[in-house]
Design a protein around this ligand. Structure first.
Ligand code: GUN
Length: 296
């Protein structure tokens, strides 16, 4: 079979860069409309500790999107040497206050117990889906809050009519935030899932054999067009910075055109998963509110 035949037979048709601009615009309008049907504004509370630059940028982005969609937000910012007890009290306060979603921005400074603090958040208000309760629900196919990056990835695939049913999906990441929850979502949609990590043998062959590759290894421009089989769908989750300080993913940006030529679809960095993650967070805050609030 030559390459053209191969691509035409392949599950996902023509090559394409999976830009999210239009999807984000449409979804923003849909979310605004959902908010307008509620009898009060949903509210997201974000707890931030310390002055980490990247965390600051992420939080600012989340707040900007909340405003755009018309939901309330509050940032509670603590100094980096805040003690564990102060954070515990803050989370317990938010659990009983008029807040729909609570987010504890990670990572936390080393002296704080990230796992313990995250799990103090009420399951229903855990907008990140990181608590044992929500992770367990995901495992058991029960409705709950889902980690926002995997949720965003599934939205991008769905909106681009990329069916995962029966497909071989390789996820190169085993974190609690991306790899594990995503594998569950893929499994629910009948994909055959492989999770790869730093100890995985023969990654090259696994990449070559996959229909869909999700990468979040955090290595700037690591993969090249030649690493992927024609027609592969590539979801690049990493937000890296190259030697010139330019944002990039794990897949070499200068190879995007070559990938498209060989029938691959690739979600770009920037303007890919990062934007969908933030929008998924807003969507999930609204979903929680919809469960709590009366309609007009
Ligand atoms: N830090 C980086 N990404 C995330 C996220 O999705 N949620 C939280 N809570 N912290 C993060």
């Amino acid at each position: 079979m030559n390459t053209a035949d191969y691509i035409s037979r392949h599950i996902n048709g023509e090559g394409k860069i999976l830009e999210v601009k239009e999807l984000v615009e449409n979804k923003t309008e849909e979310l605004k409309d959902r908010v307008s049907k509620l009898n009060r504004k949903p509210k997201l509370a974000i707890i931030r500790v310390g002055g980490d630059y990247a965390s600051g940028k992420y939080v600012a982005n989340k707040i900007k999107r909340c405003k755009e969609v018309g939901i309330e937000s509050e940032v509670i910012h603590f100094p980096k040497d805040v003690d564990q007890m102060t954070l515990e009290w803050e989370i317990l306060r938010l659990n009983v206050e008029n807040t729909d979603g609570i987010l504890l921005q990670l990572p936390l400074p080393k002296h704080l117990d990230e796992y313990y603090l995250t799990n103090l958040i009420e399951t229903e208000k855990d907008v990140d889906g990181f608590t044992i309760g929500n992770m367990g629900k995901l495992m058991l196919n029960q409705e709950g809050n889902i980690a926002c990056t995997p949720k965003g990835i599934m939205t991008i695939l769905k909106e681009n009519h990329i069916d995962v049913n029966g497909k071989d999906v390789l996820i190169i990441n085993r974190s609690n935030i991306v790899g594990k929850p995503l594998s569950m979502l893929m499994l629910q949609e009948n994909a055959t899932v492989t999770i790869a990590h730093s100890k995985t043998k023969d990654l090259e062959t696994k990449i070559w054999n996959a229909d869909i590759v999700v990468t979040a290894i955090g290595k700037p421009n690591f993969f090249e067009a030649k690493d992927f089989r024609p027609g592969t769908v590539i979801i690049d989750v990493s937000i890296n910075f190259d030697e010139n300080g330019k944002m990039c993913g794990d897949v070499k940006k200068s190879d995007y055109d070559r990938l498209v030529e060989k029938g691959c679809k690739i979600s770009p960095v920037p303007n890919g998963i990062g934007q969908m993650t933030v929008l998924s967070l807003i969507e999930q805050t609204i979903e929680i509110a919809e469960r709590n609030i009366c309609y007009k």
